[in-house]
Design a protein around this ligand. Structure first.
Ligand SMILES: [Zn+2]
Length: 223
């Protein structure tokens, strides 16, 4: 890789170009399937997919997160709109945090209407915790970053003007960019983000690559 990569912190697709490094959400795929892929992924139980048999899913997850391609735990988290009652989601989230701490890997969080609930967990996190698809306001952004969170901004950044304002106020050392489920190139999100911050795309790549190495303790391909 001659130039710095575009890092896509949370996507449901494989890398779409040679200069893209992804963390693909692999949910709870079979270990041999994950063993055969040659890009990074994350594994966890999405709150929408929480079954009554989550104890078994957690045992499965414990095996998955040991694999070297699995660089993060998640997405997991809390959702007030969809999924089982919050008390169950909290119990399962805590298990994910323990697993992340145990394997010393970051955790990728799905949070819907729960930006204040997550603050109650802040002392539990021993590894970086990243809120994917962040769409909160400036106060929430500040409170979360002060508590130690990183914020990952997705496709919404392209058109949501109030989120763009929040993004402008958020320090680059605490952010990531992602495409999530949208069939977009990560390049388009970098372009918008650089424009909003009034910096060159390359400068943005330097900072986000440094963030990624810091949080994921990774040596990137071709280094
Ligand atoms: Zn997702």
């Amino acid at each position: 890789m001659d130039s710095l990569p575009f890092i896509n912190l949370h996507t449901h697709r494989k890398p779409q170009s040679k200069d893209e490094i992804v963390v693909r959400n692999a949910f709870l795929k079979a270990p041999d399937l994950i063993d055969s892929i040659n890009y990074f992924c994350s594994c966890g139980i999405h709150p929408w997919l929480l079954s009554s048999d989550f104890e078994n899913d957690l045992i499965h997850l414990e095996r998955l997160i040991e694999l070297k391609q699995v660089v993060a735990v998640g997405e997991c988290g809390l959702d007030r709109i969809k999924g089982p009652e919050l008390i169950i989601q909290q119990e399962v989230l805590l298990k994910h945090i323990e697993l992340a701490n145990q394997c010393n890997k970051p955790i990728i969080l799905h949070l819907v209407k729960t930006y204040s609930d997550i603050l109650e967990f802040k002392s539990r996190f021993k590894t970086p915790w990243i809120i994917h698809g962040f769409k909160g306001n400036e106060t929430q952004s500040k409170n979360l970053i002060n508590a130690g969170a990183r914020l990952s901004f997705g496709p919404r950044l392209l058109h949501d003007e109030s989120l763009q304002q929040v993004f402008k106020q958020t320090s680059l050392e605490n952010i990531y960019l992602e495409t999530d489920t949208k069939p977009l190139g990560i390049q388009s999100i970098y372009k918008k983000a650089a424009e909003l911050k009034d910096i060159e795309i390359n400068q943005l790549k330097v900072i986000l690559t440094a963030n990624f190495k810091r949080d994921f303790l990774l040596v990137l391909p071709n280094e």
